[in-house]
Design a protein around this ligand. Structure first.
Ligand code: ADP
Ligand code: MG
Length: 224
């Protein structure tokens, strides 16, 4: 479970202070599929960065599985991030020199998982995202939809508490977008908690609940 309470995030732009998150409180329950919507600059990515332990709030509390993570050091945060969070990005963020297997196993590099276990998990996930026939290909040899499938398998390799997806279909055509959303829906139905940013209503409609943001505040927060 993710619970943030009265989070504020300020950025200093020279003389000017930008309030990217202005007193945001919300709870994401286990096995929820939540979409975050709002116009550009409304604070969606800043919120995802806080939820993903990529950034700390200026003030407020963040409980991740009942642990207070709002005030942890960078090294403690990166450990939490590696253990608990799977990330999916609009532009996939795959390493071009690594194969599908190499990319999927990347988050295990700093863990205690054995080579055999890493191979077993990667094979299982690559099959789950439908890419068994592409295991040894490099990202440049694959379509956008296939690359996002690799990123999804990578996000799952540490069995994360939550998947955070920032515009996961932003670089995909509408047919491929639906395929990727169907895959995320399958993962959700199998128990995965997912938080996704999107600006498209038809993509948000795959989620159970839509959180709307404006000017760093949560506007509406209800079941779809
Ligand atoms: P969204 O993802 O909804 O487009 P962001 O969270 O990226 O919005 O940005 C919210 C506000 O915070 C914007 O006004 C943006 O300019 C500002 N902002 C975000 N990140 C930074 C940063 N690193 N430094 C300064 N201002 C930032
Ligand atoms: Mg953004």
């Amino acid at each position: 479970m993710l619970k943030i309470s009265q989070i504020k995030k300020h950025f200093q732009n020279g003389e000017e202070t930008v309030t990217a998150l202005d007193d945001v409180s919300l709870t994401i329950r286990e096995n929820e599929f939540v979409a975050i919507m709002g116009s550009s600059g409304s604070g969606k990515s800043t919120l995802m960065n806080v939820l993903g332990c990529l950034d700390t709030p200026t003030s407020g509390q963040y409980l991740l599985n009942n642990q207070d993570v709002a005030t942890l050091s960078d090294s403690a945060l990166s450990r939490i991030r590696n253990e608990h969070i799977g990330f999916i990005f609009q532009t996939f963020h795959l390493l071009p020199k690594l194969s599908v297997v190499g990319n999927v196993q990347l988050p295990l590099r700093y863990s205690n998982v054995s080579v055999d276990e890493a191979d077993r998990r990667a094979s299982e996930l690559i099959e789950r995202v439908g890419l068994s026939h592409r295991k040894h290909h490099k990202p440049f040899e694959m379509s956008g939809g296939q690359r996002q499938r690799v990123a999804i398998a990578r996000a799952l390799i540490n069995q994360p508490s939550v998947i955070l997806a920032d515009e996961p279909t932003g670089n995909l055509d509408s047919k491929t977008s639906i395929e990727i959303m169907s895959l995320l829906t399958e993962l959700h139905q199998a128990g995965q908690t997912i938080v996704m940013v999107t600006h498209e209503d038809d993509i948000a409609s795959f989620a159970q609940r839509v959180i709307r943001m404006k000017d760093g505040k949560v506007l509406t927060n209800h079941e779809a």
